[in-house]
Write a protein that binds this ligand. Structure first.
Ligand SMILES: NC(=O)c1ccc[n+]([C@@H]2O[C@H](COP(=O)([O-])OP(=O)(O)OC[C@H]3O[C@@H](n4cnc5c(N)ncnc54)[C@H](O)[C@@H]3O)[C@@H](O)[C@H]2O)c1
Length: 276
């Protein structure tokens, strides 16, 4: 339905999970996909899957030198860049009270969740501006930037920073005809987040009570949103957030009871993910 033939699309962290889903979908829609992926084995698998039309680079997006080299390569190979998907992000498995964080953990969460988005976008902008109006930047945030998450405090704070970046950059790039938006996913099956493994099967029957649309996300859900935001269908959409969450944010603290009624005072003991 949406045709990206002739367009060049850079997806960071495209080797797994949401990024992989987005890269696959753009490739299927005719785009030349450029992937920046730190993990060599994942990069190799992606290269094999996407074939010669794609350019898969083993790149650490936290490293400005590597990112600069990648954008030089994109300029030389393709001469244009239409879409940038800033997908890399990671809670780094850090789940604990704020007072237990080490300085290095603050820095590591900043580097992978926010700073690298500045670095990659800065490097991409000259080529995107040269490509001309119609460009699109899509940042992957999280639903946890729009509601609290206990014990993932620093991750959610940097992800909320992605929202501020999205809105402000959208203003700056409006005159250039480049739109900037973000996608904020709820729990989505990926290499990093594995509800199918983390939630004991006996609890899965409760899923329709937790999430109004009754399931967790799949990378293809994010891909659909990314294709829309990058396309002309979203030609008047900028500086905003697409909450990709099956209705979770709308539900707020409301859940369904086992007999199908609504409650904002759930009494289920034990927890789904992780037992926080
Ligand atoms: N999966 C979820 O439930 C979920 C929910 C909300 C938001 N998100 C966000 O979605 C994005 C993707 O998450 P995911 O769960 O698909 O992650 P993932 O870990 O499954 O995949 C991320 C990919 O990025 C690569 N990567 C990591 N650091 C990199 C770096 N420095 N340079 C280049 N590549 C790097 C990884 O090797 C991996 O292939 C992240 O920004 C994450 O915060 C995920």
């Amino acid at each position: 339905m949406i045709d990206f033939t002739g367009k060049v699309v850079l997806v960071t962290g495209a080797g797994a999970g949401i990024g992989r889903g987005i890269a696959d979908a753009f490739a299927k829609s005719g785009a030349r996909v450029v992937a920046a992926e730190i993990d060599r084995a994942r990069a190799d698998a992606l290269r094999a899957a996407l074939g010669a039309a794609a350019f898969v680079s083993v790149t650490d997006v936290r490293d400005a030198v590597q990112v600069g080299t990648l954008l030089d390569d994109v300029r030389q190979r393709f001469g244009r860049l239409d879409v940038l998907v800033n997908n890399v992000g990671d809670f780094l498995g850090i789940v604990k009270p704020l007072e237990d964080y080490a300085d290095g953990e603050f820095d590591a969460l900043y580097a992978v969740n926010l700073r690298q988005i500045f670095v990659v976008t800065r490097a991409a902008l000259p080529l995107m501006k040269k490509t001309g109006p119609g460009g699109s930047i899509i940042n992957i945030s999280t639903i946890e930037a729009f509601r609290g998450i206990p014990l993932n405090i620093v991750y959610s704070a940097f992800k909320a920073g992605v929202s501020g970046f999205t809105r402000s950059l959208a203003l700056n790039l409006g005159p250039a005809g480049i739109r900037v938006n973000e996608i904020a996913p709820e729990t989505t099956e990926s290499a990093q987040v594995k509800p199918s493994e983390w939630i004991p099967p006996k609890y899965l029957e409760h899923l329709p009570r937790w999430i109004p649309l009754g399931r967790f996300g799949q990378p293809a859900d994010a891909a659909g949103c990314a294709l829309f935001l990058a396309s002309d269908l979203a030609g008047w959409v900028t500086g905003t957030t697409l909450h990709l969450d099956g209705g979770s944010l709308a539900a707020g603290g409301w859940y369904r009871t086992p007999d199908g009624r609504w409650t904002n005072t759930p009494v289920v003991i034990d927890s789904g993910i992780g037992g926080f």
